[in-house]
Design a protein around this ligand. Structure first.
Ligand SMILES: [Zn+2]
Length: 78
């Protein structure tokens, strides 16, 4: 739970964090995801971390109005 500004409420409200898995470019089967993981793993530790971060979207949802705001932090790791 995090307090932050909600654009719709126009004030600081309680927000909860939601993490949703993105549809992968490697396909949705377990094997395809495993291959994607290995590809990242052998490309170096940093890119493996980057690849796994790439697979999820992070949102915060306002407790008052349920407005969801996309909050990806992936670019910080590049
Ligand atoms: Zn709100």
């Amino acid at each position: 739970m995090a307090r932050q500004f909600c654009q719709q409420c126009e004030k600081v409200t309680e927000h909860k964090e939601i993490v949703k898995q993105k549809p992968s470019k490697y396909g949705s089967s377990k094997m395809e995801q495993f291959k994607a993981f290995l590809e990242g793993f052998f490309g170096g530790t940093a890119s493996a971390v980057g690849a796994s971060l790439d697979l999820v979207d992070r949102y915060v949802e306002c407790e008052k109005c349920q407005l969801r705001t996309l909050e990806n932090h992936g670019e910080e790791f590049q």
